[in-house]
Design a protein around this ligand. Sequence first.
Ligand SMILES: Cc1ncc(COP(=O)(O)O)c(C=O)c1O
Length: 281
Amino acid sequence: MMTLDSREELLKIHEIYPKADLIIRLATSDKSAMTPLSGKFGAEGTRQIPDLLMEAKKLGQNIAGISFHVGSGCRDPTSFRRALEQVKTLYDFGKSLGHSMQIIDIGGGFPGGKLNANFEDCAKEIRDSLRDYFSTKNVQVLAEPGRYFSAAPFTLCANVIHSMEVPPEYDETRSSTESCMKYYLNDGVFGSFACKFNLYLHSEGVPLNPKPDRPNLRSTIFGPTCDTWDKIEEDRLIEKMNTNEWIYYIDMGAYSCACASNFNGFRPPEHLFAISQENWF
Ligand SMILES: Cc1ncc(COP(=O)(O)O)c(C=O)c1O
């Protein structure tokens, strides 16, 4: 069984494996997702997929269902309803052609971690839509959660390898009358913060050992490499820290160090695994 989203792929698979059960991936409107995926994957639902269903029928290649992905980090739970509504029309059409159409794969996109916790809203939208469109149909529903499982269990701890205070008179932008801080960490956007390139990092660093008597200063946090893109946070009020202190970021288990490179000779971070005694037992 495999997924496809174009005629070219259909013909290629048909030549090699005419008995394969195929799932057609629908492109969804996922503009509000942290990382839209439909620009790269998925066939258009009103013309292209019906054409694919007909072509597959002509070839004698079974279509076993429809899949979609509403974009990673879904911020609009109604995207699931819109996608499932389209899937219902395609399901009916596929069935009328004689395809088995027994699978609906609702992909990933489920939020993970504390910072975008609308999982219940997504679940409700999916449950209600499945009831509205598929309750009388014999379908198997699959999901492909990624971020939902992996984001929250991981916290990134980075070391401040250099810190410096920029007094207002040294600030060429003269944007402030107070000093601001520049911090350099031993991890950055070429490491665990690679997801910054997709603009979907919302985690804010927190000093590991806060000291309430220290001032909050406008701060910019950089990674260790030579590249000016290597900026993790910009112009945020953070308690003043010193070199060698630690700063941590929660919910860093998804699309983080998996995308890291060793650019400039900096290695991706080490992983340490911990579990409370209570959970262990
Ligand atoms: C086909 C497919 N399924 C599932 C996922 C997991 O997505 P998420 O982490 O948004 O749940 C991805 C992520 O890119 C994907 O491409």
